[in-house]
Design a protein around this ligand. Sequence first.
Ligand SMILES: [Zn+2]
Length: 300
Amino acid sequence: MLQFGIDLGGTKTEIIALDEQGNELLRRRTPTPRECYSDILDTILTLVRSCANELNQPFTLGLGIPGALSYQTGLVKNANTTCLIGKDLKGDIEKALGQSVVIANDADCLALSEATDGAGAGYPTVFAVIIGTGCGGGWVVNGQLVSGPNAIAGEWGHNPLPWRDSDDNEVQCYCGQHGCQETLLSGTGIRIQALKETGIDQSAEAWVSASEGGDIRAQDVIYKHHRRLAKALAAVINLMDPHAIVLGGGVSNLSSIYRTVPDMLSEWVFSDTVTTPILKSQHGDSSGVRGAAWLGRLNS
Ligand SMILES: [Zn+2]
């Protein structure tokens, strides 16, 4: 049985077909239509049908979305592509294709991908996060995605940052709370915190390159970010003690994270040892779509 996975992103929608061993047989991507549910649905159906015609074999289907399905209603919730909210995406796809589809959050797909055959392969439990424009997380135990009764397991970005320093600036989050980890740790968070600390408004990428170029003020911005990330991960270790933590998303490309954050953890982890590996995602931008493919197989 082949596994088709689709990653529905804010700007592009991608499909991949994997064989049983995880070899990639086919991959296509197309722009995601802007905020129109029926156009998004058509895009998904067209991609699936064209791959099915080309490969002409039975397949499972998984779909990663920037949101989740409500257990109560089966409809999409928490989606930042807001036209999906309240829609019966699963029902509409299944009706059109006559084929079941498993839908999960995109951070959950990253976690499943990396735990299955990526940086977290071989570890019994894996906590994985996307640190990009936002912060989403997922939790995999023995190769199975843990979702929880509220479909929220691993959603770490909207917890407040623990062990705050006086210069951890609280800002309003779109979720309605103040001081969410997402507002401090994401790429957007780096820009906003640095603006408050230095009065300079520039992108996270600009801060990173200035830091790598030896700018002391930029190095301080990046150091503070890594200290906040260490606190946020230390809280995860204290709560769940995962065997590995995998980071994905644009901010995870900062190589200084892997040099400095592991040594910072012991200040807050309630243990005499901290051996938890902090790993960069192996499949990078492809983790979302690969995880979506594994999703279909695990649930078939
Ligand atoms: Zn929030």
